[in-house]
Design a binder for this molecule. Structure first.
Ligand code: OGA
Ligand code: NI
Length: 374
């Protein structure tokens, strides 16, 4: 059976109401976690050894005087890059990783006390994209949007404040970095803060929010048949991801295939999300990415999901629209976009694309904008 199903409303063989399995008790890969990769459309595309690709995911030093241009180039050609010298002390990531490790090591019944309720963005559970697939992912996640206090009190009745402080510090630092990256990304398109209505009086995008996404991919008895996190684009402006020394993240590079994003010491992965793709009028790619698992090591990653205010109308920035660059997307709020994404998944962007003036049809088959660019 294909691992991919086209619509969340299709009959589902796996009960998604329950939380993730207790992975520590599974010595063999259950059928419900076996992905028949040969049927999965994207798995037809070869996985490319990143050391053999002449061009690999760009690594950009934020102290480089050309950082702005390099970032712009990375966003148009890859939609993803890594940054070094980003200014966030490693101790912040060490502490957040340690909180994540403590959280995912709790007994399953304890973690389920902080389960993400249906339709909610916060808490513990399976991948939010699970409903689109007939197979389960080898993955547990915990999303923090707003204060983690209530959930953390459930998880650690004694020492929740310590973990709340760690998350708060992580959020402050990564949110500042995300705003700085957004300025550089827009700057490279010739767009200043003054051209973005919602940049706020100080130009620091103070109304944007960030959510923290803790991801856990336990060591897996049969990694070749399992999937950590299936292919998706992020519904964010941009995402900043810390991956510890264990790799697994891959990005779809047009014309090449899946390319591994290797962990680099002190580096952070930055990817363009669907909202920045819309704001840039399609110039920046929303990176299609996925995560593979491994046999011996538990992998933790921590994402800062940088998102716009929920009710703000997002549309291509006026400076990027002209007779030669017609507007590609209609205005949409982030809240509305999340609803569309939960229905159409990787086709969400094409569903908000303005009809092509040439054909009068939305570019449904334009893969470039459907999944690869966004
Ligand atoms: C995500 C994601 C990648 C990773 O959280 O959206 O793509 O390496 N994570 O865990
Ligand atoms: Ni992602």
């Amino acid at each position: 059976m294909p691992s991919r199903i086209s619509d969340a409303s299709e009959a589902h063989p796996v009960d998604l109401r329950s939380g993730p399995s207790d992975f520590t008790s599974l010595e063999e890969l259950p059928d419900s976690y076996k992905w028949t990769h040969q049927f999965d459309d994207f798995s037809f595309t070869p996985v490319v050894d990143s050391s053999l690709v002449s061009e690999s995911v760009p690594v950009i030093d934020l102290n480089d005087p050309n950082a702005c241009q390099l970032i712009g180039h990375a966003c148009t050609s890859w939609g993803i890059f890594q940054v070094i010298n980003h200014g966030i002390p490693t101790s912040i990531f060490d502490q957040t990783e340690s909180t994540a490790k403590t959280l995912f090591s709790l007994p399953l019944e304890q973690k389920l006390k902080a389960s993400r309720p249906p339709g909610s963005l916060h808490g513990y559970g399976r991948a939010t994209i699970s409903p689109f697939f007939s197979k389960l992912m080898w993955y547990e996640g915990f999303t923090i949007f707003g204060s983690p206090l209530d959930h953390f009190r459930q998880l650690w009745p004694q020492d929740y404040t310590k973990h709340c402080d760690v998350i708060e510090e992580y959020e402050n630092e990564t949110k500042k970095l995300a705003a700085k990256l957004l300025c550089l990304m827009l700057g490279s398109l010739g767009v200043g803060k003054e051209d973005v209505e919602w940049a706020g009086p100080n130009g620091d995008f103070a109304d944007a929010s960030s959510a923290s996404q803790l991801n856990y991919y336990p060591a897996c008895p049969d990694p070749d048949k399992a999937m950590g996190l299936a292919d998706h684009t992020d519904s964010t402006i941009l995402t900043v991801l810390y991956q510890n020394s264990i790799g697994g993240l891959q990005v779809m590079k047009e014309g090449v295939g899946w390319v591994t994003v290797p962990p680099i010491q002190g580096g952070l992965v930055v990817n363009v999300g669907d909202i920045l793709h819309i704001l840039s009028n399609g110039l920046y790619r929303s990176a299609l990415h996925r995560v593979m698992v491994n046999r011996n090591k538990n992998r933790i990653s921590i994402a800062c999901l940088y998102v716009p205010p929920g009710n703000l109308q997002i549309s291509p920035l006026p400076k990027l629209v002209s007779p030669s660059q017609p507007r590609l997307y209609r205005a949409i709020t982030w809240n509305e976009y999340l609803g569309i994404k939960s229905k159409y998944y990787n086709r969400a962007l094409s569903s908000v694309r303005i009809c092509s003036p040439l054909t009068g049809l939305a570019d449904e088959n334009d893969n470039d904008t459907d999944v690869k660019v966004g």
